[in-house]
Design a protein around this ligand. Structure first.
Ligand code: GDP
Length: 397
């Protein structure tokens, strides 16, 4: 009699609301995202970040003069802003690397950037393994926009070095800076050259996930366009200008206006959409599932190696009779082990080599023999040898 009721109930159990529940919880909690910008100074990093998030993150920036920059080391600075859009909160952290590539000697100037990324992983690893795992602050870097100069012929050695040193730690998204200084043909050629070099040097930049086969054609085309866009040719501006009666973010030149958000002028909108609208979650997932996981596995591996090494070291000292006279017996109970230790202690008490002063005495009694060309394989029978448990060279003689 109750079957119809169950059937009716089966029609709608209610798990269809799960996405809503997740959505509500995430919105309440808010989102966070950490973006790193790297590349030579003056390539327009700060201007682009301000244009991307419509903020002024660099109000207090102090620029160094040429002399100060000669010996400058790479600094890491962090700016955080809370942005809200339609009730959704985003805590955005921008990590900047002023001084990168500025000094006369730039050997290994990527090192402090790599160290910074590792430190964030380390902090997360510590917090995660600690007692209180609630409210862990996640400072891991989710994406690194790497700025490539529009003035060179493709990648410079420093670019290759930086990207190779960091590609296994962070999602690298290369951008071609100040694209308004290049003609469309030059942009096209440079992009091809850079893509070829990335391939040639085995640099693993962030890979956009593959499109599901059941996606509609429009989506697939957009996805392909995005992939073909690498490196994004970008233009930044902190000023609003008037173009065709409309106020737009752009750069005003005597020969015309370059509009930051005009897809015919540059890939700014594509980059912003990718970072914010379409791939932010994927960048975070890849950071967690690939880069952090690599770091974690590495950490655990070296910790295990250290423990094994330490154990072997202890075992060796125990076997040599200095620490514990015998190695611990696996599976032996405490009392059994203690009994064995006591027996062995008793045994070694008669040994002349266990205590330092006795050892000195003993060695004094047996002065170092003259070195022999052919030491006998069997020690000559002697009363001393029978009593000695330490098997040192002197006793054997
Ligand atoms: P950063 O040192 O990499 O942060 O570079 P800045 O953002 O401070 O920019 C350095 C200079 O380049 C400033 O004079 C900017 O106005 C200018 N600049 C920034 N972005 C662009 C761009 O897209 N095109 C051009 N032509 N100049 C830019």
């Amino acid at each position: 009699e109750w079957l119809p009721f169950v059937d009716q109930d089966k029609e709608y159990v209610g798990f269809a609301t799960l996405p809503n529940q997740v959505h509500r919880k995430s919105v309440k909690k808010g989102f966070d995202f950490t973006l790193m910008v790297a590349g030579e100074s003056g390539l327009g990093k700060s201007t682009l970040v301000n244009s991307l998030f419509l903020t002024d993150l660099y109000k207090d920036r102090k620029l160094l003069n040429a002399e100060e920059r000669i010996t400058q080391t790479v600094e890491i600075t962090k700016h955080t802003v809370d942005i809200e859009e339609k009730g959704v909160k985003l805590k955005l952290t921008i990590v900047d690397t002023p001084g990168f590539g500025d000094a006369v000697n730039n050997t290994e100037c990527w090192k402090s950037v790599a160290d910074y990324i590792d430190q964030q992983f380390e902090q997360y690893f510590r917090d995660e393994s600690g007692l209180n795992r609630k409210n862990i602050q996640d400072n891991r870097v989710h994406c690194c926009l790497y700025f490539i100069s529009p003035f060179g012929h493709g990648l410079r050695p420093l670019d290759v070095e930086f990207m190779k040193a960091l590609h296994e730690k962070v999602n690298i998204v290369p951008v071609l800076a100040k694209a308004d200084t290049l003609t469309p043909t030059e942009v096209k050629r440079k992009k091809i050259k850079i893509r070829e070099e990335i391939e040639q040097y085995g640099i693993k930049i962030y890979q956009f996930p593959d499109c599901d086969s059941d996606e509609d054609e429009d989506f697939k085309q957009q996805d392909q366009e995005l992939k073909d866009c690498i490196p994004f040719a970008v233009i930044g501006s902190n000023t609003v200008v008037e173009a065709k009666g409309k106020r737009v973010r752009g750069r005003l030149y005597p020969w015309g206006i370059v509009e930051v958000e005009n897809p015919a002028h540059c890939d700014f909108v594509k980059l912003r959409n990718m970072l914010v609208r379409t791939h932010m979650q994927d960048l975070k997932d890849v950071t967690r599932e690939t880069h952090y996981e690599n770091y974690r596995a590495h950490c655990i591996q070296s910790m295990t190696r250290m423990v094994v090494k330490e154990r072997n070291r202890n075992k060796l000292t125990r076997e040599s009779g200095t620490d514990f006279p015998i190695p611990m017996v696996p599976g032996a109970t405490d009392t059994e082990t203690e009994k064995l230790i006591r027996e062995k202690d008793e045994e070694v008490r008669h040994s002349p080599c266990q205590k330092p002063h006795e050892q000195t005495q003993h060695h004094e009694q047996h002065p170092e023999p003259e070195p022999r060309a052919d030491p006998p394989s069997e020690p000559p029978p002697s009363a001393e040898v029978e009593h000695c448990v330490c098997k040192c060279v002197i006793c054997v003689y």
